[in-house]
Design a protein around this ligand. Structure first.
Ligand SMILES: [Zn+2]
Length: 213
């Protein structure tokens, strides 16, 4: 086969899921398709997360002699400490009436998190453009945070466009002058998963204590 397709297929292979044993784990960071009896699944491995989501079902009841796959999400970085979400809320409140952004990043060597404020290029209510900070070797963006100033938290069409190619958690804080409204989702290469029902309880407690402080 030609060099271009060989390289493309090597970077994004398809795997036939066996029926009588587990599928071989991924050995390198990247993504692959799992062809299973119960559909076609995307598996993504990053230093901080392993995630499997179904991307297609079959149109015909053809018997597929492969095994089944189940949806899964493993946070390899562990729980994200609430103090970083509090730190972003303080950044967002300080930026009012403008929007603000920050990344919560995780270093796979030190296993530490840190909050990286995003320096904005153009800054005004309803508008945020920023220069992407350079991360240290071994760091990954885990939570991409931005605020909607004093407006409500939700994922706008612009947010959907921005998040379409990434693998990350996305957090929006709104109503930043008071107890903030929150929108939160997992983004995996065009899949947006909001169904876990809001932010972790520790984050909510931390945000509430910031408001009353
Ligand atoms: Zn937004």
């Amino acid at each position: 086969m030609n060099a271009l397709d060989t390289a493309l297929q090597k970077s994004f292979p398809s795997v036939m899921v066996p029926r009588s044993e587990a599928v071989e784990p991924m050995t390198a960071y990247g993504e692959r398709l799992l062809i299973a009896a119960n559909g076609i699944w995307l598996e993504v491995l990053r230093p901080w997360i392993r995630v499997v989501r179904r991307v297609a079902r079959y149109d015909a009841p053809t018997a597929i002699p492969y095994g089944d796959v189940a949806e899964s999400t493993e946070l390899l970085c562990g729980a994200i400490p609430a103090e970083h979400v509090s730190a972003f809320y303080q950044i967002a409140r300080a930026a009012l009436p403008n929007e603000a952004g920050a990344w919560i990043v995780w270093n796979r060597h030190t296993r530490q998190f840190r909050t990286v404020p995003l320096p904005s290029l153009s800054h005004g209510p309803g508008h945020l453009r920023y220069e992407r900070p350079v991360l240290d070797e071994g760091e990954s963006v885990v939570v991409d945070c931005h605020s909607h100033g004093s407006g409500a938290a939700f994922f706008s069409r612009t947010d959907n466009d921005d998040d379409r190619h990434d693998v990350k958690l996305a957090l929006v804080l709104g109503h930043c002058e008071r107890a903030p409204s929150v929108a939160f989702r997992l983004c995996v290469k065009g899949i947006f998963d909001e169904k876990q029902g809001g932010i972790p309880e520790t984050w909510r407690v931390a945000l509430d204590s910031e408001v009353t402080a």
